[in-house]
Design a protein around this ligand. Structure first.
Ligand SMILES: NC(=O)c1ccc[n+]([C@@H]2O[C@H](COP(=O)([O-])OP(=O)(O)OC[C@H]3O[C@@H](n4cnc5c(N)ncnc54)[C@H](OP(=O)(O)O)[C@@H]3O)[C@@H](O)[C@H]2O)c1
Length: 235
């Protein structure tokens, strides 16, 4: 039997736009209470305003690369919801440059947000999952986690690292009823890295659909890794 998500509690990081927002929207439609974050309180408030017609949504500004911000985010959720069942580590940035041109600051930003931020959030989530007796972490990785490309030094490293982290965490905590999955999309129509939109790309809602499928699997089953790509990419 599929797992019901009714009345569960989730955090979706980086849900002011793009994939995170589509995931938050799909969770709300399934009667999950959702807490969101982004780096800016105004954009978080605007997203909450737009999403609130769909269900119970709350959020605060939190930069996932900052440990204190992440702690605040989880304590906010403790106060708002009093429980946590699902963490979607989605917040991410794309900065693309050759190794010669990439500055140390840009390198740190990509690794700190895409990789270390996912650890900070997963670490906070585990304390709550242990108290609750179960939990689910979905890390939004990328096909860039297995396909290096020129200019992708930092981004590839962050997503290769995220996949390794995800699989190790899955092995760490599977016996504690904590399921951990990485979803690896190819090109999605969002503003990531300021890449141009194109009709051949996937939609954020397509990734959200996969998130919901993974979450709804019977408790005995874990979809631990998903690759998804545009059916017909541009040549
Ligand atoms: N688009 C693609 O083709 C694609 C493909 C594969 C994987 N992905 C992955 O999917 C995830 C979402 O990307 P997207 O395409 O939806 O990008 P997006 O449209 O640029 O959205 C990124 C989201 O992350 C938030 N964010 C960025 N840095 C943050 C930080 N330090 N702390 C908290 N929130 C932060 C942004 O909010 P603020 O700007 O308001 O902070 C925004 O809500 C990323 O992990 C990305 O690597 C994307």
């Amino acid at each position: 039997m599929l797992t019901s998500l009714e009345n569960k509690f989730a955090i979706v990081t980086g849900a002011t736009k793009g994939i995170g927002r589509a995931v938050a929207s799909a969770l709300l439609e399934a009667n999950v209470a959702v807490a969101i974050c982004g780096r800016n309180q105004e954009t978080v408030n605007a997203a909450i305003h737009d999403l609130s017609a769909k269900g119970r949504v709350a959020g605060i500004a939190a930069d996932v690369s900052k440990e204190d911000d992440v702690r605040n985010l989880f304590e906010f959720v403790d106060r708002e919801f009093g429980a946590l069942d699902i963490l979607i580590n989605n917040a991410g940035v794309g900065i693309f440059a050759s190794v010669a041109d990439m500055t140390p600051d840009q390198w740190r930003r990509v690794i700190d947000i895409n990789l270390t931020g996912s650890y900070y959030c997963a670490h906070q989530a585990m304390a709550r999952f242990r108290r609750r007796g179960s939990g689910f972490v979905i890390n939004i990785s990328s096909l860039a986690a297995r396909n290096p490309f020129a200019g992708g030094g930092a981004y590839n490293a962050s997503k290769f690292g995220l996949n390794g982290f995800t699989e190790a965490m899955m092995l760490d905590h599977r016996q504690e009823n904590v399921r951990v999955c990485s979803i690896m999309p190819g090109s999605v129509n969002t503003e990531l890295g300021m890449s141009p939109k194109a009709s051949w790309k996937m939609a954020p809602e397509d990734v959200a659909e996969v998130v919901m499928t993974v979450l709804r699997m019977p408790e005995r089953t874990l979809i631990s890794r998903v690759e998804m790509r545009p059916s017909k990419p541009s040549k």
